[in-house]
Design a protein around this ligand. Structure first.
Ligand code: WTA
Length: 650
């Protein structure tokens, strides 16, 4: 982020304390909770762990051998039992667990009782196909209730799931299946997106050509009708056929607190996606307590998180957190602008949504579309708003506050990561006075700091690296099959301290202001992408000799992909090739990684040691004066490139 923006941020003077009315009804409103948690964070987290049902209580709260933490050691529990069975034993049996709206407009409601039945049946299906405790199951599904059923059924039998976002390409799916050595794949014939069919089964078939660990494929029929997908004899099985004969009961498997609950792949600084591991006890405690306190969910509420289940936000705050506390979660399958730009507001009005959790990129798009869309609908049911995924600019925050929240809803700007599993920096809406653009304060029992290059805490107002100095229950237990990389990426900059990869500042009041990534990860419309992964996709094209990718500031998406490309002798740098390269990246990784700009160049700015200076490429792409070029091997390269870029833009 540019310095000017940072300074503007820190001059933000507006403060929004929670209303008395909100405080009175809040799940947590006593500020002494912060002090209590800092005094003895192990005792605090042990108290939080009471939010779950345990078959056996832990004997030790925490064992901390950086970079590895173990929480609630000796504890036995089952995540599915906590998300489903225990509610069925109460009046919640007939409470809606999931309310689903399909993009074409279908509606389904699954009560906790329904979920209990479906999950048990599907767990039996998994068992009948040979899935055992510890086997990895890959899930590549649209946003339908069956994705939740599949995840919970895996958790029930102790088979870690690895959900792959439905927008990822076949090749991305192959990589993730192979890394996890998944035994079974659960997919669907397709899903709906802006009126088009996302061909999930077709992608899965392509992916499976190079993924020999998969023995069986379960296909949920989402589209049906005339939409036919080939089924491979002996490998592919229909969800509905398997479910028709599945026995109704399946006991949950008692799991150890530290048993793997799931893997979720995310992009890092290096080309290869990382399999983030989350275990059962600590993760579930962390997501359950944050869901209850940050979103202030009550039994009567309808809570809607607009993320896709394929990202960590969906895992923690559509599935595990809300269901663990017996909430009603809404799921919507499709796009916010289909059939029109008021779809979200139509859904809020129709179901009387009380709590809405979405991303700044969506808010900026709504802002651009104009307030006439929310104005068409009665949004008076809303009581709390949340954001996640990237820094929210104060203008977007204010727009959300006024045009969606009607000026009355607290906004919780929640900072966290796939690796952190749970929200770590956030307001507590019944306690914290919010400031537009700040994620405010650490959640109780969480210890972030901002360090300079030497590892000293920065004074207020000075930017630095955001770190966490103590463990928290939902922290990742590492990268699947790659302990060295785990150590190197997160724990080598400051020994014993978790390095987030984000820049941040604190103000005089101790509020945290997130400043974006400091590594080669970019954040495009709230989706985390690795510049190196996109570069690898580009050089995989026969015309490309070398490529450098950066995130360029974008009004709505936050960042957009810009690729600087050197092409090989014999190819023509023309519009056709440019389109072909964009398409190539989309096909290799997924549409989210498609570059907005492809800039052909004869050379790239490099240091004398041969490292591409991405900072200068960002300056060029964002039209800024060039920064320091003295370390460049050949300063003329960057000047020429700048002129060329400016020429291409016109
Ligand atoms: C960014 C998403 C500022 C950050 C839950 C982080 C944020 C990355 C915020 C993780 C926020 C997430 N304010 N930045 N409220 N929330 N980020 O793993 O750069 O997809 O490191 O997890 O998103 O992205 P991930």
């Amino acid at each position: 982020m540019e310095t000017t923006t940072i300074e503007a941020l820190l001059q933000e003077q507006r403060v929004f304390p929670p209303s008395e009315e909100f405080v009175r009804q809040a799940n947590v409103s006593d500020p002494s909770i912060y002090e209590e948690a800092s005094r003895d964070y192990e005792a605090f987290w042990a108290k939080c762990a009471e939010i779950l049902d345990w078959y056996e209580r832990w004997h030790t709260v925490l064992e901390w051998n950086p970079p590895y933490a173990k929480w609630f050691i000796g504890g036995k529990l089952n995540a599915c039992y906590n998300c489903v069975d225990r509610h069925v034993k109460t009046w919640r049996r007939n409470k809606a667990a999931l309310i689903w709206e399909g993009e074409p407009g279908e509606e389904r409601v699954l009560t906790y009782g329904d979920l209990h039945r479906e999950v048990q049946k599907f767990a039996n299906v998994l068992k009948s196909l040979g899935v055992r405790k510890g086997d990895r199951v890959c899930i590549y599904m649209p946003m339908v209730p069956e994705v939740v059923i599949a995840m919970l059924a895996c958790a029930r039998i102790g088979a870690p799931h690895s959900v792959v976002f439905g927008g990822f390409s076949a090749e991305s799916l192959t990589d993730r299946i192979n890394d996890a050595q998944a035994k079974l794949l659960i997919t669907a014939d397709g899903g709906w997106r802006r009126g088009n069919i996302v061909p999930l089964k077709r992608n899965a078939d392509d992916a499976l050509r190079n993924a020999p660990s998969i023995e069986k494929v379960i296909v949920f029929q989402r589209i049906g009708g005339d939409y036919m997908v080939p089924m491979q004899e002996g490998r592919d099985l229909w969800w509905h056929e398997l479910m028709a004969n599945a026995p109704l009961t399946c006991e949950p498997e008692p799991m150890d607190s530290e048993d793997l609950l799931y893997l979720l792949y995310t992009s890092g600084s290096t080309g290869k996606p990382k399999g983030i591991m989350h275990t059962t006890g600590g993760y579930l405690v962390g997501v359950a307590i944050t869901t209850k306190w940050v979103f202030d969910i009550k039994d009567e509420d309808i809570y809607w998180c607009t993320a896709d289940v394929g990202w960590v936000t969906g895992h923690s705050y559509i599935v595990y957190g809300p269901l663990a506390i017996g909430a009603t979660a809404l799921m919507y399958e499709g796009a916010p602008d289909y059939p029109d730009r008021d779809r979200f507001w139509a859904i809020v009005e129709k179901y009387r949504v009380n709590i809405l959790y979405t991303a700044p990129t969506a808010i900026r798009a709504f802002m651009k579309w104009g307030e006439q869309y929310p104005q068409r609908h009665d949004l008076s049911s809303l009581r709390l708003l949340g954001t996640v995924g990237e820094p929210i600019n104060p203008e977007a925050w204010m727009w959300y506050h006024e045009h969606i929240g009607g000026g009355r809803c607290p906004i919780v700007d929640t900072w966290w990561q796939t690796e952190t599993g749970m929200i770590l920096i956030t307001p507590l809406p019944g306690i914290t006075a919010t400031k537009p653009g700040s994620a405010t304060k650490p959640f109780p029992g969480v210890f972030p700091d901002i360090l300079d290059e030497q590892g000293n805490p920065t004074p207020p107002g000075r930017g630095g690296y955001l770190v966490l100095t103590r463990p928290w229950p939902a922290m990742t237990r590492g990268l699947y099959g790659d302990p060295e990389r785990f150590q190197q990426i997160y724990w080598s900059k400051y020994p014993g301290i978790y390095f987030t990869g984000d820049g941040a500042k604190r103000d005089e009041d101790g509020y945290f202001w997130l400043l974006g990534r400091v590594d080669d990860v970019i954040n495009v419309a709230g989706h985390r992408l690795s510049t190196m992964e996109i570069e690898s996709a580009l050089v995989d094209h026969p015309a490309v000799a070398e490529a450098a990718v950066i995130g360029k500031h974008h009004e709505i998406k936050g960042q957009a992909v810009a690729a600087f490309v050197i092409i090989k002798e014999g190819y023509r740098a023309d519009e056709q090739l440019r389109e072909e390269l964009k398409q190539h990246v989309a096909a290799k990784i997924g549409a989210i990684a498609r570059p907005d700009d492809v800039i052909f160049t004869a050379d790239l700015p490099k240091t004398r040691s041969g490292k591409i200076m991405r900072r200068l490429l960002r300056d060029i792409a964002e039209g800024r004066a060039l920064g320091d070029t003295t370390t460049l091997a050949d300063p003329a390269v960057v000047q020429a490139l700048k002129e060329k870029y400016e020429g291409q833009e016109e």
